[in-house]
Design a binder for this molecule. Structure first.
Ligand SMILES: [Cu+2]
Length: 155
């Protein structure tokens, strides 16, 4: 069967492009460990107030100097309202909701989580710049949605 020169060229360009995309996918998923968020941790939304560590939301310092911050979202507030960490800290955020779907966004950082009742969403952020970082809900959750915010103070 005769395949025209240009057709053969485009078949090769298409094949090589697909191979490059596949290689990028392999490097990003296995080399850099990037993956879609998954439901590693679940929680009964009706029992958050008696399920550690969400029964006492807040900040905990780990032995390696990093921090874990446990947040519970409910209409229309975050618990805790405010945490303070030193400059240069790495904070692992663990966020869940007790009622409806919320969003957990720290503008200017990579932290942007969908927070659903029954699931624990996680993100890690390194804070190199001192200041007050706002946490806002970016999923409309009801009439008081605009009042749903908290802050991270980095000093
Ligand atoms: Cu909201």
């Amino acid at each position: 069967m005769h395949v025209h020169r240009y057709e053969r060229l485009w078949i090769w360009i298409g094949t090589i492009t697909m191979m490059v995309f596949f290689a990028v996918l392999l490097v990003v998923s296995f080399g850099q460990g990037l993956a879609a968020p998954n439901h590693v941790q679940t929680i009964d939304p009706a029992k958050i107030s008696s399920t550690p560590p969400f029964d006492h939301p807040g900040l905990r310092k780990l032995s390696d100097g990093t921090y874990e911050a446990y947040y519970v979202g409910q209409v229309f507030s975050w618990n805790p309202q405010s945490i303070t960490v030193p400059v240069g800290s790495t904070v692992h955020f663990y966020v869940t909701a007790s009622d409806v779907v919320h969003g957990f966004l720290l503008p200017g950082t990579d932290v942007n989580l969908e927070v659903m009742p029954g699931w624990v969403s996680t993100a890690t952020q390194h804070f190199d710049t001192p200041g007050e970082y706002l946490i806002v809900c970016n999923q409309y959750c009801g009439a008081g949605h605009q009042n749903m915010f908290a802050k991270v103070e980095v000093k």
